[in-house]
Design a protein around this ligand. Structure first.
Ligand code: GSH
Length: 386
């Protein structure tokens, strides 16, 4: 390829990159005026327009890790519409699996799981908010994909939830499998991985499926309730969340069926802005600490006892000296050596977070499945903390 062509190509790519970042903002603008976000730590606060450098988020520009530690609060981009994962209660409190992982990061980085400013985002707004520095981390049922890693200036940590796309139908629709949806209208949400998965699966099965795409989840729910679509497709876990709070006026949860077939891999997890290794490591190891704690069977209840354990691996994780010869481990993550203690004490280990929000102790009642420990046939595997 000639030098001139290479230069031209580089120019085009630069243009695309700029176009991509702008695109998201515009869309947000389209939906509801200001591409602003609503930061809520109990009281609604409207953030001013940003210039995308991140500096306006009060950052020093070195690493978000220092920004958060000097600010004393974590700005976490979340969902407020998905029961079990990220939603607001009647009292206006944020609750859910992803919300608890915001608290895990705050406990690890600030020693205080409550030092979080929750910023609720639509699917379309999430990467713009990350790129502009309005949020420090995105923990919002977001799938790790190559185009997001490469094209959205995002770095994804270890997944917190291994999910897959499914279909939800009304129980009385006579639909028992995806193939029964031939000739049907299926609701999807724009700005998500859902739409492409649907068209890919329909083509693979030779089904004639008409995708009806909405920018806003509420509009999608109204259309589904009004039978403007025969099925709703999205991540199975989130459909279970929506189903768990389906209004009695619409027949309650029993009125809905989630088909068994899963058509995609949706590894969900936190994302940080690209190119910030210190912040990436801090968030990643905060997540890993919850998984390692469960593997070591360290719980909120037995934590104090475990700090007296004679297992050096457990002592290392809990910031204790592993032996007389081996002082407390500081792996150089820029976190307190006992950060995992703050995480477990204030939020819990992985299993406790799962069961509380989406598992046996919740309305969703999800099985661990792929989200079990590797020792139980699942995918959660913590790299060694040493
Ligand atoms: N994991 C998918 C998103 C899946 C999805 O759209 N989930 C729905 C659940 S019903 C959702 O979050 N809807 C609410 C919203 O995005 O505002 C992605 O990263 O694109």
């Amino acid at each position: 390829m000639t030098r001139k062509l290479l230069l031209l190509l580089a120019l085009v790519l630069a243009l695309v990159a700029t176009a991509c970042t702008d695109g998201g903002g515009d869309q947000a603008g389209e939906e509801g005026g200001e591409p602003g976000l609503e930061a809520t730590d109990g009281a609604a606060v409207q953030t001013e327009q940003t210039d995308g450098t991140g500096a306006d988020a009060g950052g020093t520009g070195e690493s978000v890790l220092q920004d958060v530690q000097s600010r004393g609060t974590l700005r976490c981009g979340v969902n407020e519409e998905v029961p079990g994962f990220g939603f607001t209660t009647e009292e206006g409190e944020f609750e859910g699996f992803d919300i608890d992982f915001c608290r895990v990061v705050a406990a690890a980085v600030l020693g205080d799981s409550e030092a979080v400013e929750f910023v609720s985002l639509t699917a379309e707004q999430r990467f713009t908010a990350l790129q502009s520095g309005e949020i420090d981390v995105l923990i919002r049922n977001t799938t790790w994909t190559a185009s997001r890693d490469g094209g959205e200036e995002a770095d994804f940590t270890l997944p917190t939830f291994y999910d897959g796309q499914a279909f939800m139908v009304k129980g009385d629709a006579g639909v028992g499998a995806i193939d029964d949806l031939d000739g049907s209208d299926v609701c999807t949400l724009s700005g998500t991985t859902t739409e492409l998965n649907l068209t890919t699966e329909a083509e693979a099965r030779g089904l004639d499926i008409n995708a009806i795409t909405f920018d806003d989840n509420d509009q999608l729910i109204q259309a589904f309730q009004a039978d403007r679509c025969d099925a709703w497709t999205s991540d199975a876990s989130q459909l279970a969340g929506v189903r768990s709070t389906w209004p009695d006026g619409e027949g309650g949860p029993e009125a809905l069926t989630i088909l068994d077939e899963i058509i995609s891999k949706e590894p969900l997890g936190p994302a940080v802005r690209e190119g910030d290794a210190d912040w990436f490591d801090a968030v990643n190891w905060a997540v890993i600490a919850t998984i390692q704690a469960e593997e070591f069977e360290i719980t909120q209840d037995n934590l104090e006892e475990m700090r007296q354990s004679d297992d050096p691996n457990i002592l290392r994780l809990l910031g204790e000296a592993a032996s007389d010869e081996e002082p407390t481990l500081d792996p150089g993550l820029g976190l307190d050596t006992d950060f995992a203690v703050n995480v477990i004490e204030q939020v819990g280990n992985y299993g406790e977070i799962f069961e509380r929000n989406v598992g046996a102790d919740s309305n969703l009642g999800l099985e661990r499945g792929l989200n079990a420990q590797w020792t139980d046939g699942g995918l959660h595997y913590a790299p060694p903390y040493r």
